[in-house]
Design a protein. Structure first.
Length: 302
């Protein structure tokens, strides 16, 4: 049974004529008759009483009529929903993001996106970089923005931009009189969990600089950049943090940057998508906005 056969059936039933019914669906009378015969053969029942100049529904035809109406109404609803989706009039965009872009980047873009696409509802799933990739693999999100990159052949990564990771502390909680490597080993440090993109970048650079991550004096390991920021503000210790995450505090001088002249830590923000998947119009629009943001800011946040 095809949708076209059902549409022809309804057109003939409503007009009580094969010729008029065919005209209603832009088919010749002979073609309309062929569709009806094929439908009757598949259903194993005659749907119309045929006599010269008169067509009427059989009992089987009357039974089938209401089902046919529901089939066509459902088809119409599906087509309208898809047209709305393609036109960004009504859609849900599911994004996964690691903690820094989820708290410091995507919310800042949401106002512009919502003004341009008011019919799109954005649903954000936040976690560390590993959580985000697991979410993408499970198809719980259409795209992801993450600060870490992992070997996963089903995922395609594209660099959106680069940001600095800074060592920050409360004012007065700094010791300038120590060499860099000694200083880093003596400071009370608050760190992110091992799945974090920030932690991944910090550990890599410190190791290359001759400082093993396990040599740091870790006083706390916390699961989000917001938790780390609040802990540093409380005076609990120092932390390596995204420049985006502490931009306001550095401007207000409630936090200060500890200079490390010989150590520069940068990490990329990545757009991650499932390999071979076509993004929806809503996702493409959001990706365009992300790329505009990084292009306007020179692809680097310090």
């Amino acid at each position: 049974m095809t949708l076209k056969q059902v549409e022809v059936f309804l057109a003939v039933a409503d007009s009580r004529s094969f010729s008029k019914g065919g005209d209603a669906v832009s088919l010749a009378q002979s073609t309309a008759s062929q569709h009806i015969r094929a439908l009757e053969d598949e259903l194993g029942a005659r749907l119309f009483n045929r006599s010269s100049g008169h067509v009427s529904l059989t009992e089987a035809g009357r039974l089938f009529y209401e089902h046919a109406r529901r089939i066509c109404r459902a088809s119409d609803r599906a087509k309208r929903a898809l047209r709305r989706f393609q036109g960004l009039d009504e859609a849900i965009l599911r994004i996964a993001a690691s903690t820094t872009p989820a708290s410091c980047l995507i919310p800042d873009l949401l106002g512009s996106f919502s003004r341009n696409h008011p019919g799109v509802r954005l649903e954000l799933n936040q976690g560390d970089s590993q959580d985000v990739i697991r979410c993408l693999l499970a198809e719980e999100a259409e795209l992801a923005v993450t600060g870490g990159k992992f070997d996963e052949e089903q995922i395609v990564y594209e660099v959106l931009g680069v940001e600095r990771i800074l060592l920050v502390a409360c004012p007065g909680n700094i010791h300038h009189d120590l060499p860099e490597k000694v200083l880093l080993k003596k400071l009370p440090m608050i760190v992110r969990e091992s799945g974090s993109g920030t932690r991944q970048a910090v550990d890599s650079v410190l190791t290359k600089s001759g400082i093993a991550p396990n040599e740091l004096q870790v006083v706390a390991q916390l699961g989000s950049s917001e938790a780390v920021r609040r802990a540093v503000l409380s005076g609990a210790g120092c932390a390596f943090m995204s420049a985006l995450a502490v931009a306001r505090e550095l401007g207000e001088k409630s936090l200060v940057k500890i200079e490390l002249p010989d150590i520069t830590i940068e990490r990329s923000f990545y757009l991650a998508v499932h390999r071979g998947r076509n993004l929806s119009p809503a996702a493409l629009a959001f990706v365009s906005l992300l790329k505009q943001f990084f292009a306007l800011s020179g692809n680097r946040h310090t």
